[in-house]
Design a protein around this ligand. Structure first.
Ligand code: NAD
Length: 247
């Protein structure tokens, strides 16, 4: 018997990077996984769905009706709902404040913060997350400490933490927990596009052992999803190989 046997999990942004690792770890622990990503991620998403024996769901979370389409898809499925929701999809559009155009701001806030909020709102409103359910956000160290050139991203991730603290008390009566992870620098396609100097600085910050891999984040999320964390709600766990005082 595995800890998540019989559970259905939804992982957004699951085609690659941290999301793919989350899908694999939840499947390893027994969950049936719906791997969601944008239509353009098609083949990579199908690979993740195949390797986890789960389902692929192509959906752009910034599309106007995406939250209600997702709700319709889940309501029509054999579980008539979803036990574990992991809001992992995220993007960056870095620029200094002076060059932070409105479209960069809106794009990042839209994927990272508005999409999880809309999905939570619609799934909860339609009663599609049962008692025992888990909602897990993916914030960032940038949402706690801020980051140069990332006012949009850092603000979106601080907002994810705001969602956790605001929803947690509302969900107690329903038996649903909501928590988030706040990763530090993790080696993925998102960080591979950063300038070398920033990447090296990020790796140095993530100085604990070999830290900074998608699996580190995925294992923390698996714990939030597991039966053992049933009374843990309204928490944000940093996954960054650092103390609050720095490296
Ligand atoms: P990534 O860019 O490798 O993967 C993100 C995935 O999200 C992609 O597959 C992408 O297609 C998907 N996505 C983007 N917009 C979407 C949309 N509108 N609808 C559906 N899917 C969408 O990034 P990653 O490094 O694996 O990051 C995953 C999460 O972890 C993000 O929320 C990111 O902000 C967060 N995070 C990453 C790091 C890091 O250092 N890599 C650090 C802290 C937090």
């Amino acid at each position: 018997e595995r800890p998540l046997d019989g559970k259905l999990a939804l992982v957004t942004g699951a085609a690659r990077g941290i999301g793919a690792a989350i899908a694999r770890v939840l499947a390893r622990d027994g969950a049936e996984v719906i791997a969601l990503d944008v239509p353009a991620a098609g083949d990579a998403l199908a690979d993740v769905a195949n390797s986890t024996r789960g389902r692929a769901l192509q959906l752009d979370l910034t599309a106007e009706d995406s939250a209600s389409r997702l709700a319709g898809y889940l309501a029509a499925g054999p579980h008539a709902g979803v036990d574990i929701v992991v809001h992992n999809a995220g993007i960056t559009r870095d620029k200094t404040i002076a060059r932070m155009s409105a479209d960069r701001w809106d794009a990042v806030l839209g994927v990272n913060l508005t999409a999880p909020e809309r999905v939570n709102e619609v799934l909860l409103d339609r009663g599609l997350i049962p008692s025992g359910g888990r909602i897990i956000g993916v914030a960032s160290i940038a949402g706690i400490a801020g980051n140069r050139g990332q006012t949009n991203y850092a603000t979106s991730k601080a907002g994810v933490i705001g969602l956790v603290h605001s929803y947690a008390p509302l969900l107690l009566d329903r038996g649903i927990t909501i928590n988030a992870v706040a990763p530090g620098f993790i080696e993925t396609a998102m960080t591979a596009k950063m300038p070398l100097g920033l990447r090296e600085a990020g790796r140095r910050l993530n100085s604990m052992s070999q830290g900074g891999l998608p699996i580190d984040v995925a294992e923390t999320i698996a714990w939030f999803a597991s039966p053992g964390s049933a009374t843990i709600t309204g928490n944000v766990v940093r996954v960054c190989g650092q103390s609050l005082l720095g490296a």
